[in-house]
Structures are given as structure tokens and as C-alpha cells.
Ligand binder design. Structure first.
Ligand SMILES: Nc1ncnc2c1ncn2[C@@H]1O[C@H](COP(=O)(O)OP(=O)(O)OP(=O)(O)O)[C@@H](O)[C@H]1O
Ligand SMILES: [Mg+2]
Length: 237
């Protein structure tokens, strides 16, 4: 815990009366990719919503660099360096690629600040489309753009909710290459994925959720040493 950049300590979350997260605990170390896995409805998106302040944490605590952030509003959490790329890749459809990036810009103290050129370096497909309306981009380009938008906020922690969902394999490879580059540059990432192979290519650590509880938590190597884990909890055969 002392070495965790982000630490969840027994967090609970509700949608109205419905109790969805039942005391989730895990930690993300600086510079690591943590894959958050689990079947449909396991609570992955809910965990990310709670971490970004979009859903109230109804019990437990979240620590960023040792400071409690569990009751902060989303704007305050974003300012402290946590950025969510939500499931479903929502861009501002009527704005251009460039405008989408500009409006997402947020200054933070960081050694290597993000700007539009750096996003185009990461995802070169976006550059020739810089004047194009974001709503007319392909699914893969929209995914790259929403990741770029989050990066323009200069995060320390990036939360990615199913970035490969519904994309063709070649495009998944491009998005995955981008995430690997971010990892190599030292960004700390929580990656929610249904694509087990993709998650395992990128992850240092793995947490598996099952009905709002942690069913497994361990290193990449521990997952490999536990071959029936995927079949038991993820529906992967
Ligand atoms: N807005 C909501 N109102 C009520 N219940 C919800 C809401 N969103 C999700 N749930 C419920 O909370 C539980 C966890 O859902 P969540 O979306 O976190 O799962 P998930 O692991 O992200 O699933 P998926 O892989 O399908 O995206 C599910 O039982 C779901 O039906
Ligand atoms: Mg989800």
C-alpha cells in the first residue's frame, strides 16, 4: 500500500438501492498497467466510475499518492491527475478532431506535457484528419481520439474502459501499440478489457472481479501460473 500510486481500500458503491461493489481493494503501482477483468456486469465500469468521482463511493476509501480522494467531485479528481476514457467512445461529434483535443486541454505540473502534436505522434492516423468532424471518424479513430482527449488533461493515472470493444483486429493492434507506448513512457494505467490476450500483453498486474468483489488479485506471472483462472472467472476458453 505504501508504494501504491492509487489504492482502493474496501470500496462500496450503489446505484440507488442496488449495492454493486462490495468492498473492493487493490493497488496500482506507479508506471504499471493493471488489467481489471471480469464477466459482463462484474463491476468493472462501476469501479472506474467510482475512481473518477462520477459515482459516489458509499464505503471505504480511495487514496491517490496517500491522500484520500473518495469524496471528491470529478473535477477535483481530474485536477489531481486521474482521467477516465469511458466505455462507448463518446467524442464531440460536431467538433473537429483538433477542436476535440483543444477543449480537453488541462494544465498540470508534469515533466512532459501533452499537446496536439504529441497526440498525433502517438496515433498518426489522427493527424491527416485534424479538420474532420469527429462524428465522421471510424470507430478505431474515435477510440484514439478519446484516449488523446484524456491525455490532453496531463494525467498521472489513465483509466481505460474496454478500448478494444467492437474494433477490428488491425485497429485493436494500433490502439494496443499506443497503450504500450504510454506504458513505456511511465504512465500508470488501469485497463478494463474483455479481450484477455490483449490485457495479458500489456498488464503487469491483474485484478479479476466477480459480482462486485475481488475474485483474484496478482501479478502477470501469477495469472500465467493459474491457467484455470480465465475459464473460471472470465468465460475465456
Ligand atoms: N446505471 C445503473 N443503474 C443500476 N444498475 C446498474 C447501472 N449500471 C450498472 N448497473 C449494474 O451494476 C452491476 C455492475 O455493472 P458494471 O457496468 O460495472 O459491469 P461491467 O463489469 O463494467 O460489465 P460490462 O463488461 O458489461 O461492461 C451490474 O449488475 C449492472 O447491471
Ligand atoms: Mg463495463
Amino acid at each position: 500500500m505504501a508504494t501504491d500510486l492509487l489504492h482502493l481500500d474496501a470500496i462500496h458503491a450503489h446505484y440507488g438501492e442496488s449495492h454493486v461493489l462490495h468492498g473492493i481493494s487493490f493497488g496500482l503501482q506507479k508506471g504499471h498497467v493493471l488489467a481489471l477483468l471480469g464477466r459482463n456486469g462484474a463491476g468493472k465500469t462501476t469501479t472506474l466510475l467510482t475512481l473518477s468521482g462520477l459515482l459516489a463511493c458509499t464505503g471505504g476509501q480511495i487514496y491517490l499518492d496517500g491522500q484520500a480522494i473518495g469524496s471528491m467531485v470529478p473535477e477535483a479528481i481530474a485536477k489531481r491527475g486521474i482521467r477516465l476514457v469511458p466505455q462507448g467512445r463518446r467524442v464531440f461529434a460536431s467538433l473537429s478532431v483538433e477542436e476535440n483535443l483543444i477543449v480537453a486541454q488541462q494544465k498540470r505540473e508534469t515533466s512532459h506535457p501533452w499537446n496536439i502534436e504529441r497526440v498525433y505522434d502517438l496515433f498518426p492516423q489522427l493527424e491527416p484528419r485534424h479538420k474532420q468532424r469527429a462524428g465522421t471518424l471510424s470507430g478505431g479513430e474515435q477510440q484514439m481520439l478519446v484516449i488523446g482527449r484524456a491525455l490532453m488533461g496531463n494525467p498521472d493515472v489513465l483509466l481505460l474502459d474496454e478500448p478494444s470493444e467492437g474494433l477490428a483486429p488491425l485497429i485493436v493492434a494500433e490502439v494496443s501499440r499506443g497503450i504500450a507506448k504510454l506504458k513505456s513512457e511511465g504512465l500508470s494505467i488501469i485497463l478494463v478489457e474483455q479481450n484477455f490476450d490483449l490485457a495479458m500483453r500489456l498488464a503487469d498486474d491483474v485484478v479479476v472481479l466477480n459480482t462486485g468483489q475481488v475474485a483474484f488479485s496478482g501479478t502477470h506471472e501469477a495469472v500465467q501460473a493459474n491457467p484455470d483462472l480465465a475459464t473460471r472467472h472470465l468465460g475465456v476458453f
